[in-house]
Design a protein around this ligand. Structure first.
Ligand code: NDP
Length: 526
């Protein structure tokens, strides 16, 4: 891992140098980055203060016009180079992700390298189409013959604040469309996982991204709060609690905020479901990334006739999972570490609370003793909505399964949540499954599937209710980094004066009033 450490030292130097021109040197308290699987310190980064962030913002604003002038083609070329750089350096980036999150190599490779590899190419190709001038036709009679254009302009400087669970996908992934749109970006990664972002920024520089266009503001919450004060738009991914503070700060500055927040995703298993597929999906999508995914399956509702069989299948699959240090590479363990220290307390608290209220632990239920932070893959039954494990985001390798009388009860309970991020429904009758999916209060719903919507960059991904505001991906996922400008062009050969202009004359006004009646007053009245 020497390359990462060298790189981090270099970043510290750059961050310090960047702030060196001020009267007072910025407080550069070091943040130590820990490997959650071993407890070892794998890097040290500066905790940048408000002054350092202000200087970064000034550099970003200087750099932005040149980047915008690259045009779609020039920016796409850099992003496609970055895609190849990522694939050429996949091992190094995967090791960096694993070193600071403690996740398995598979979780780092598929859900992070795979996502970003796709995203670089996707935004390079689709960005120009999503942001192309739109020629608009209007039914408004006064603009007949005029040219109407909707155009997208980069906002300027975008702030991205990210969480610790997917340092590449979740924070860095948002930088890609923001850059493609022609903005400068400052990314504040989670203090727990800053190394991946630093490495990716280095990669992008190697690929020809001009200096100052993408900067990484390492630091704690205060660094994120300082960033909001300087940017033209803030993209935040993290908890609902912090997201609310971000929205308040953005509102004070009247800048747009896009918020991707917490979730408590339900899975519904109907009596006619393919139980083997449903059980595999429940086991995988609740335990993948050790359950630390905003759209992981956090609770399951199963129709009574198939409940016992489903529970038996899931328990058997979860019991077979290996948990521990993923350092051996691919195929070592299925479930890695708990990245963020306080998360372990939340997971234990939710399990203990459930057990105290009458739940049974069918497998797991305990922290794994020894070095590193691990929690046993856990299946809970006899659960209900008086328990935290069914109503609050656990964000760990736990799966509570609840028996329901029918699909209506499942829908009612699935919607009994402040969150509304994702959901899934399993049924052999795909039409019925879709009809139920449409009743769920969730930004995304999969039928006989889970989480797959996130990989479809053409589809918007955003939460309902307390799970967020706005969305990433799709046309809206890049247009949000732009301002819209409406342009109306009247051709040279237009009349010297429009009919409705001064001086008002009774005859002309009556004629215009008649024309309005003719236009809008015809047709039946109910
Ligand atoms: P947090 O909300 O704790 O932190 C998110 C980021 O915000 C971190 O970089 C944090 O810095 C920073 N921050 C903290 N305080 C402030 C502040 N006052 N102003 C600005 N920034 C601040 O979230 P977690 O890192 O714990 O991430 C886990 C959460 O993220 C879960 O709830 C999960 O569901 C959600 N999430 C949502 C996703 C979605 O797409 N909807 C995707 C992934 C996760 P620091 O870390 O230094 O405190």
């Amino acid at each position: 891992m020497a390359s990462v450490e060298e790189h981090v030292e270099q970043e510290i130097l750059q961050a310090d140098n960047g702030a060196a021109g001020t009267a007072e040197a910025p407080a550069a308290d070091a943040i130590q980055v820990e490997n959650p699987a071993t407890g070892e310190i794998v890097g040290t980064v500066p905790d940048l203060d408000a002054e350092a962030v202000a200087q970064m913002a000034a550099r970003a604003r200087d750099a932005q016009p040149q980047w915008q002038a690259y045009g779609f083609e020039g920016r796409a070329r850099v992003l496609v180079r970055a895609q190849k750089w990522l694939m050429d350096n996949a091992q190094r980036v995967t090791e960096t992700i694993v070193s600071e999150t403690g996740k398995t190599y598979e979780d780092a490779n598929l859900a992070e390298i795979g996502y970003a590899g796709n995203a670089f190419g996707f935004w390079a190709k689709e960005g120009p189409r999503y942001l192309a001038d739109e020629h608009v036709k209007s039914s408004q009679i006064l603009v007949k013959g005029k040219r109407l254009v909707l155009r997208y302009q980069p906002l300027g400087l975008i702030g991205v604040i990210g969480p610790w669970n997917y340092p590449l996908t979740n924070s860095f992934g948002d930088c890609i469309p923001a850059l493609m749109a022609g903005n400068s970006v400052i990314l504040k990664p989670s203090e727990v996982t800053p190394l991946t972002s630093l490495l990716m920024a280095e990669g992008l520089r190697e690929c020809g991204l001009p200096e100052g266009v993408l900067q990484i503001a390492t630091g704690r919450g205060a660094t994120g709060a300082a960033l909001i004060e300087h940017v033209d738009m803030i993209m935040f991914t993290g908890s609902t609690r912090t997201g609310t503070k971000v929205a308040e700060a953005a509102a004070r500055r009247l800048i747009p905020a896009s918020l991707e927040l917490g979730g408590k995703d339900p899975m519904i298993v109907l009596a006619d479901a393919d139980l083997e597929r449903a059980a595999n999906f429940a086991a995988y999508f609740s335990m993948q990334n050790a359950g630390q995914t905003c759209i992981s399956i956090e609770r399951v509702y199963v129709e009574e006739p198939v409940y016992d069989e489903f529970v038996a299948k899931v328990s058997e699959k979860v019991r077979a999972l290996r948990v521990g240090n993923p350092d051996g590479g691919f195929g070592t363990v299925e479930v890695g570490a708990i990245t963020f220290p306080p998360q372990l307390d939340t997971i234990k608290d939710h399990v203990d609370d459930a057990v105290q209220k009458g739940a049974r632990v069918l497998t797991g239920g305990q922290q794994v003793p020894g070095a590193g932070r691990f929690f046993e893959p856990t299946v809970l039954v006899d659960v209900d909505h008086s328990m935290k494990c069914m109503t609050e985001e656990t964000f760990g390798p736990t799966l509570p399964i609840m028996k329901v009388a029918d699909a209506d009860e499942a829908v009612r309970l699935a919607n009994d949540s402040p969150y509304g991020l994702g959901a899934s429904v399993f049924s052999r009758d795909a039409e019925r499954g879709e009809a139920i999916a449409r009743r769920l209060e969730a930004g995304a719903a999969n039928v006989n599937d889970a989480m797959i919507n996130y990989t479809v960059l053409e589809l918007p991904m955003g939460g309902a209710k307390a799970s967020g505001l706005g969305s990433r991906h799709g046309a809206g996922g890049i247009r949000k980094y732009c301002s819209q400008q409406a342009i109306v062009v009247t051709a040279k050969l237009a009349m010297k004066k429009e009919l409705f202009m001064y001086p008002y004359k009774s005859r002309t006004s009556r004629m215009l009033a008649g024309a309005l009646k003719l236009l809008y007053g015809r047709g039946k009245r109910d």
